[in-house]
Design a binder for this molecule. Sequence first.
Ligand SMILES: *Cc1c(COP(=O)(O)O)cnc(C)c1O
Length: 338
Amino acid sequence: MGAVSHIDLRSDTVTKPTEGMRAAMARAEVGDDVYGEDPTVRRLEETVAGLFGMEAALFTPTGSMANLLAVRSLVAPGQEVLCESSAHIARAELGAHGAFFGVTMRTWTGERGRIDHAAIAAMFAPDVSPFFVATKAISVENTHNFGGGTVQPLADIEALRPLVDAHGIGLHVDGARIWNAHVASGVPLADYGRPADVLTVCLSKGLGAPVGSLVLGSRAMVQEAVVWRKRLGGGMRQVGMLAAAGLYALEHHLDRLAEDHEHARLLAEACGADPAAVDTNIVVVDVPDAAAVVRAAADQGVLVSALGPTTVRLVTHLDVSREQAETAASVLKASVAG
Ligand SMILES: *Cc1c(COP(=O)(O)O)cnc(C)c1O
């Protein structure tokens, strides 16, 4: 699996650092980041906080750890966060928020992972009650991974703000792929940062860095997150080399996400999926037998993943050229047709 001859559409995490990125990593100035002395990490944190207009940012090894620190900052043990039913925090973080921080979740189900304002408003539980778990945060995923790379309209996110403020709680945005949302919608990154109390972003997805995510928020939130990151075993040392990959990715790989989105539409058309449901670089295709499609495509050198028994997911990225996208489209057309 994943050999050079394969076209790998399982995820945008499979990208390998380019020569240019490797050179930038090798040149990076470093120091001990647990002592706060890695200048490249600091530059990355300041750069990303600045892009979103947030006070501060903290580099983490994974998006899962960034989400863990984000939700923990808003929700205490025995309290809850509301999120969409196929949210990454609910489905793909192995119960970490409950296992480590006693956080419970209740979910709404949105069309392709979208925000459902009425459903959310109806879910709130009061702060102090002898019966109900206190609602302390809303979490929104943008783009929504399992929803199919769905862009949450900025107005839908902003419309949560009065609700959040009225209840005195927090808004978390899981922006693992917010870069794709930004490129697809044209919404400035700072506009995506504004409604969020805490924002998480990944460098290791479509941007093509080998490792790295950040959690962004107020200075006080980030100061506390530094402590909790260390407690979780995520205090890292001379990681300026990894931060340099992230800085390189932001400089060279952000605008090109538009190509991935174009390739995703091309794949959707070939598979008979609705191209109008493809906002960014993820295509979710309904098929009679997902495992059979995965096998048939793999036999022809195209790797895709089964999200469920009748759902296949294709993800385009930096390491899929136009020519490879076209080849994959014809292979998948045949595989889906059976
Ligand atoms: C990938 C992803 C994350 C973080 O994943 P890690 O593999 O832990 O870096 C968080 N949220 C979403 C929506 C993701 O797709």
